[in-house]
Write a protein that binds this ligand. Structure first.
Ligand SMILES: [Zn+2]
Ligand SMILES: [Zn+2]
Ligand SMILES: [Zn+2]
Ligand SMILES: [Zn+2]
Length: 372
């Protein structure tokens, strides 16, 4: 009896000795919760709340449990914090279930609230199930936000709210959600720009026949949301600043895929295609042939009224301006949100007029864009 107690005490001492590594958890002080898929625990660290595991009795929605074989106060405190965050986010997000009249699969991250209702989807060569898909979207959207922050030199403090992204299986859910969370509804994707930035879309096979197409659509539209929410929440695309609004959303498609095929105007689901989506090539050809749309005309369009060629030119203007100075580009964005015409804002920030801008842009295109 005493020997057993001594042994136990010795084991405890051994575990607490920093030089001795706990065999159970390699001394990190926690273990993946056995109730869930093995590989998912690490991904739970990337979210503040995940509805798939939130009700788990064993881990309290943290995805991890305390290691009983060793003592690690720091790990325990972190686990408790995570459980508390799960409870507070559960309450804060309950309005979504209420508005949709059922429990919605969702998670919250540092910068997003994500609702994800697709049960199964082929990603690359593998079919993924709902839980992993939810985390994958959260990780992809965080990547976009962090890239935006770095590419355009903006700060976390420039944004007041989280971005909400909802992907539905059924058109009826999208209709109901966009009515409730975007304040209007349309069969294609629906965005609420500016304050409470939100995007809702039906992600069914009918609308997107691959994960890549859906991913690209989310990147394009969430880039719109981030731009609209920056410092002065406003949708510039409804004024005559559609070029910067659409141009930047396309710029992120090009950045990740070298392909632009997402359009925001009415016919967005009719599979429109401009030069196979390879816009650097297309823009170079337009410039070489002297067929690029006039900048003065592009600067007069709303997001809805840009033609295909104007969309491609807008992407390229944005590319040129970011290439030269991302901070000035974001200053220009703030001026356009105040309804200042592009030609005036260009003069103020860059010191040149529309014609001079166009000449500099064309030189940039000819010097840097691929010929084939
Ligand atoms: Zn341990
Ligand atoms: Zn999860
Ligand atoms: Zn659990
Ligand atoms: Zn767009």
């Amino acid at each position: 009896m005493i020997a057993a107690a001594l042994l136990a005490l010795a084991a405890l001492h051994a575990a607490q000795d920093p030089a001795v590594v706990c065999k159970k958890c390699t001394s990190v002080g926690r273990l993946p919760c056995a109730e869930h898929e093995k590989d998912m625990a690490a991904r739970e660290d990337g979210v503040l709340f995940c509805s798939v595991i939130a009700d788990c009795q064993a881990c309290g929605g943290a995805g991890w449990v305390d290691c009983a074989s060793c003592d690690n106060a720091d790990a325990q405190a972190k686990l408790q914090l995570k459980r508390a965050s799960v409870e507070s986010r559960r309450a804060a997000l309950s309005y979504i279930d209420k508005d949709m009249d059922r429990a919605i699969r969702k998670c919250e991250t540092e910068h997003y609230v994500i609702g994800w209702e697709l049960d199964r989807l082929k990603v690359g060569k593998k079919f993924l199930e709902a839980h992993e898909l939810l985390h994958l979207q959260a990780e992809r959207m965080e990547t976009l936000y962090k890239d935006f922050r770095r590419d355009l030199r903006v700060k976390d403090e420039d944004f007041k709210e989280k971005f909400r992204v909802f992907v539905w299986t059924f058109p009826d859910d999208h209709r109901r959600a966009s009515g409730a969370f975007c304040g209007a509804t349309a069969p294609g994707g629906m965005k609420k720009m500016g304050t409470q930035p939100t995007y809702s879309v039906c992600g069914s096979r009918q609308n997107f026949n691959s994960d890549e197409l859906l991913h690209r659509n989310l990147v394009h539209n969430v880039a719109h949301l981030i731009l609209s929410a920056h410092i002065h929440p406003e949708w510039m695309g409804r004024y005559k600043a559609g070029w910067l609004d659409e141009g930047l959303a396309h710029w992120y498609e090009d950045k990740y895929w070298d392909v632009c095929d997402t359009y925001c105007y009415q016919e967005q689901n009719t599979n429109v295609d401009f030069k196979g989506g390879r816009w650097r090539l297309a823009v170079r050809q337009m410039v070489e042939k002297g067929e690029s749309p006039a900048a003065a005309g592009v600067f007069e369009q709303t997001s809805d009224s840009l033609s295909l060629a104007q969309n491609a030119a807008a992407f390229s203007y944005v590319d040129y301006l970011i290439y030269h100075d991302p901070e000035k580009f974001m200053r220009l964005s703030l001026q356009l949100k105040k309804k200042i015409p592009t030609r005036d804002a260009l003069k103020e920030i860059y010191g040149y007029g529309v014609m001079e801008f166009e000449g500099l842009w064309k030189s940039h295109v000819l010097a840097t864009y691929p010929k084939r």
